[in-house]
Write a protein that binds this ligand. Structure first.
Ligand code: ATP
Length: 516
């Protein structure tokens, strides 16, 4: 199936099975804002718990925080967001559609990459076992030609970004003959900078009101609480502060479902270190975070690091963790060495001393910071994309059938088990309820008595429930049930009293932590 079709199906599936809804849908929706439904919210909470526990529970020197969304406006001046948190936008005069100029050029770069990969794939098929990929990449004419085009464009693009040269960005779009995907024309406006922060007014009276911003990242809430946490927690450097919370960006282009939203959620950790040790910590966190991703089990080939072409004004090193989505490798998480920029700026703008007295060095300094910043929603999309699978199966009456199954790793699955009475009568329904009453304090359980058992299995497969427990007439005689495993569809007969053990071994987050 083409990757675009997979993505379309995934979006439809998210809605049909109560994972993600368009915000304000009955009013025709609100662009790039989404709501999480009954299953989505459970998956989202599990992702957050996996992240939070891996940071706060497993690291003695990382503590949590929950800072407010509204903050003093000067914070955003100090952080540089008021002046520089913007994206270069460009409009197509015919379609009236708006684009990010940098994204248009990145997509053009990806086209050259795709061409190269297609040549390699073709050759792989042609030469079979004898294929020497390295040699092919170094000598094939078409690969070299596309690689040269990529190199030239990349160099020009990075220079334009670093020089903040908006005219040059437009010129690149013209020279590369990039067309608007909607109108198909090259009738572009000039490139302009567009600030991504939302603002609102705080206070009642017009003259007394203060313009405040909806935070575009959670990180600043951590920086301005650095002293509070360090002092009250008696934290010693190196230490980290972790936070999960909403962030808001008035994104210019809001396509690709929950990949790019205007209201989203971040999981950020700021790690405060001694000046000079930040690049070492950067390397450590880079590896720690990649391990966290790979422990989920979607295959290491689907992840890669991407070094930033242009470092943000505050960073001396930065890398993204990218995942191979149906629409290509894209950023899920950023790991940034933010130097002492943020704390120094807040020190300057607030006039308060923000320093750490290091007893080992017997001196005070402004700590350096290494940040790990990941979007909950992008993780959510990654898990849905990696888990979605359509499979041909043979149904109970011997007919060929299809099943859609979400192979969500059991510790993250929204519902851990469904308890299904084979029929409502003969006390089976009551027995099923008894089982749920016993297990509901440990696992998220669901009761379902409607339709044939086959249909009920399909429904649970479609939301990724790893276990289905069926109560039948034998259950009434010997207190055993069948347990059906989502991935293999195999069934075992087990004692009701063993259920808790069997399930807890599989659904505990410890299963993922053991791989870290
Ligand atoms: P992009 O280049 O895709 O716009 P970014 O580099 O601006 O992302 P960061 O500022 O580093 O992103 O934010 C950290 C993380 O927050 C990202 O890796 C991503 O997972 C998430 N994130 C950022 N913007 C959005 C958004 N508009 N919608 C959903 N998640 C987002």
């Amino acid at each position: 199936m083409a990757q675009e079709d997979v993505f379309k199906k995934l979006v439809a599936h998210c809605k049909e099975y109560g994972f993600v809804f368009q915000s304000s849908e009955i009013y025709d929706g609100l662009g790039a804002v989404y709501d999480y439904g009954q299953n989505g919210v459970e998956l989202k909470n599990n992702i957050k718990k996996y992240w939070w526990d891996s940071m706060v529970l497993l690291h003695e020197n990382v503590v949590g925080l929950d800072s407010a969304i509204f903050m003093h406006p000067t914070i955003w001046k100090a952080s540089g967001h008021v002046d520089a948190f913007s994206d270069p936008l460009i409009d197509n005069k015919d379609s009236k559609k708006r684009y990010r100029a940098d994204v248009l050029i990145e997509e053009q770069l990806a086209k050259f990459e795709d061409k190269i990969e297609k040549e390699v794939e073709k050759a792989k098929k042609r030469f079979g076992e004898t294929f020497d990929e390295k040699q092919f990449r170094e000598t094939n004419g078409r690969v070299l030609e596309n690689q040269q085009k990529w190199n030239d464009l990349q160099a020009r693009f990075v220079k334009a970004l670093n020089d903040s040269n908006l005219d040059e960005l437009k010129q690149i779009i013209i020279d590369q003959e990039i067309v608007c995907p909607v109108s198909g024309t090259r009738n572009w406006t000039d490139v302009r900078q567009f600030n991504l922060m939302f603002s609102t007014d705080m206070g009642a009276a017009a003259d007394g009101a203060m313009k405040i911003y909806l935070r575009p990242e959670t990180a600043q809430g951590i920086f301005v609480n650095y002293l509070n946490v360090q002092k009250t927690g008696r934290m010693k450097i190196p230490f980290g502060i972790a936070q999960i919370g909403k962030a808001f960006r008035n994104e210019i282009v809001a396509r690709q479902f929950i990949f790019r939203m205007r209201e989203f959620e971040q999981m950020e950790m700021q790690f405060f270190v001694r000046p000079g040790s930040e690049l070492e910590w950067f390397q450590k966190w880079k590896q720690t975070r990649m391990n966290w991703h790979q422990a989920i089990g979607f295959g290491s080939d689907n992840y890669r690091f991407h070094e930033h072409d242009k470092l943000a004004h505050y960073a001396n090193a930065a890398v993204d963790v990218e995942y191979k989505f149906p629409f290509g490798f894209k950023e899920v998480e950023g790991i940034h060495s933010r130097t002492d920029f943020d704390l120094s700026q807040h020190q300057q703008f607030s006039g308060k001393k923000i320093q750490y007295f290091d007893p080992e060095l017997n001196e005070s300094y402004v700590p350096f910071v290494v940040e790990t910043s990941i979007g909950v929603d992008r993780m959510f999309l990654q898990i849905m994309a990696a888990s979605y699978s359509e499979e041909e199966i043979v149904s109970e009456d011997g007919k060929k059938d299809m099943r859609v199954v979400l192979r969500i790793p059991a510790p993250l699955a929204p519902i851990k088990l469904a308890v299904l009475p084979l029929m409502k009568k003969d006390g089976l329904a009551e027995k099923a309820r008894e089982i749920i009453d016993d297990l509901k304090f440990d696992f998220n359980c669901q009761y379902d008595e409607k339709d044939s058992i086959g249909k009920r299995y399909r429904r649970q497969d479609a939301i990724g429930t790893p276990f289905c427990v069926t109560v039948d007439h034998i259950t009434m005689e010997d207190n055993t049930v069948t347990i059906r495993y989502r991935d293999t569809m195999l069934q075992d007969r087990v004692a009701i009293s063993d259920l808790k053990n069997i399930i807890s071994g599989e659904v505990s987050l410890k299963k993922l932590f053991a791989k870290l």
